[in-house]
Ligand binder design. Structure first.
Ligand code: NIG
Ligand code: FE
Length: 416
């Protein structure tokens, strides 16, 4: 593992670039015009057509982009990256015909990852998550959300969130932590869902928030998880602490979760295969991002498509994420998710690019610092060895990254 502090500075004038559509809102020359990016002290000072470069930046140390296409650093806005063990056995069960809900009811599913996560100490969890993070970073990820939710007890949720913070520091990547204590009912609370939600709201969340471990709060609102009323109780607790909320909403059924989340000004509603017209309208009004998770849809062999056309028509911003988790989406490539979002959900290429940059940043409340290349933002951008932005979604199993500038440093592809 390379320590982030050893990455060389990206300060200087980046030339020989072509901006992907939408990469630098407001200033975008087309992809056939040579673009330049001026970086000083880790911050973007200027971006635009090279021919329009202000003289004050012309003398900065040069970085030749070699004609690469450039996008903002990618943002993976929904992951469960920190957990113990893996669940390949469930993959086999599903291949033999069992559904996700059947596997969960048979004692597998989330609670089996809870067992393995509780058994692992912080260093073991870090060691297991680090190579997974490295895979995502190699695809150009510059910011990532990491949820808890496999501890389901204060000390174990704390362990997950602390590992998430440590990963951010070790790799020099922006990490947003999300407390997902209401992910599943821990076995010791079987039949006492209300007591567990009280614990989540009155003890776990306040303690973890006081320790600075919680950037947002999430709930799995579903038949096999928590009810709408329980979800609202958690949202109330988050609101009392001034924390933003998001929701695993309408993945397997329409619970009315999206409309509730919208009432609480949720940053995002995620999965949303069964999202209703009322849910879409509520999200539109509250400016909530729709996070599409094609990896889970694919793994579960789902056939109920999220209402893409209606979301598009309503102008609800759509993000795309890996949902990396050991049960339903063991995916470690955001580029592959772009491919799936286009192929399975019929997103257009510009929608898929915005889905892993601009809108994904907004789903994390990071729109001021991530998801675009813009003056005043930290330098987070990726140079790609492709001719066309469509190639980012078209290839799968390819890694056309040339250079990653992450938090003002050249994290991948520095000149030797
Ligand atoms: O986002 N939907 C709930 N949570 C995860 C799955 C977690 C698991 O199966 O371990 C998801 O798909
Ligand atoms: Fe998830």
């Amino acid at each position: 593992m390379t320590s982030a502090s050893t990455f060389p500075s990206a300060d200087g004038l980046w030339t020989g670039l072509r901006l992907a559509p939408g990469a630098a809102p407001g200033t975008t020359p087309d992809a056939d015009t040579e673009a330049a990016i001026a970086v000083a002290e880790g911050t973007v000072r200027w971006v635009g057509a090279r021919s329009a470069l202000p003289a004050e930046f012309a003398g900065l140390p040069p970085h030749d982009g070699g004609g690469a296409l450039v996008t903002p650093g990618l943002v993976d806005c929904h992951t469960h990256l920190v957990y113990g063990g893996q669940r390949a056995n469930e993959f086999a069960m599903r291949l033999a015909g069992a559904s996700y809900e059947e596997v969960a009811k048979a004692g597998g599913g989330i609670v089996s990852s809870v067992r393995a996560t509780r058994e692992a100490d912080e260093d073991a969890l870090f060691a297991q998550a680090a190579p997974r993070l490295e895979q995502l970073l190699a695809d150009g990820v510059c910011a990532i959300e990491i949820k808890s939710g496999y501890g389901l007890a204060l000390e174990h949720e704390r362990k997950q969130l602390r590992v998430a913070r440590r990963l951010g520091e070790a790799y020099g990547v922006t990490v947003r932590t999300t407390f997902l204590g209401a992910h599943a009912l821990p076995p010791e609370y079987a039949g006492r869902s209300g007591d567990y939600i009280d614990l989540v709201c009155n003890e776990m969340l306040p303690a973890l928030a006081a320790e600075g471990l919680v950037d947002a709060v999430d709930v799995f609102c579903e038949r096999i998880a928590f009810t709408l009323a329980e979800t609202e109780q958690v949202f109330q607790a988050a609101k009392a602490l001034g924390l933003p909320v998001k929701l695993h909403a309408e993945q397997l059924s329409d619970m009315g979760g999206a409309a509730l989340a919208a009432r609480y000004g949720a940053l995002s509603c995620d999965h949303i295969e069964h999202l209703s017209a009322q849910g879409i309208e509520a999200m539109r009004q509250s400016g909530t991002v729709a996070v599409l998770l094609p990896g889970a849809y694919y793994t579960l062999r789902d056939t109920h498509l999220p209402p893409i056309e209606a979301l598009r028509a309503a102008g609800v911003p759509m993000a795309v994420s890996t949902d990396h988790n050991p049960g339903t989406s063991p995916a470690l490539s955001l580029l592959l998710m772009m491919n799936m979002a286009c192929t399975l959900f019929r997103l257009t290429v510009p929608e898929a690019v915005a889905g892993v940059t601009l809108h994904a940043a907004r789903a994390l409340g990071l729109q001021k610092t991530h998801g675009a290349i813009a003056e005043g933002m930290p330098a987070n951008f990726v140079l790609w060895n492709v001719r066309d932005a469509a190639e980012l979604a078209y290839w799968f199993g390819q890694r056309p990254v040339r250079t990653v500038v992450r938090q003002g440093r050249i994290a991948v592809g520095a000149a030797q």
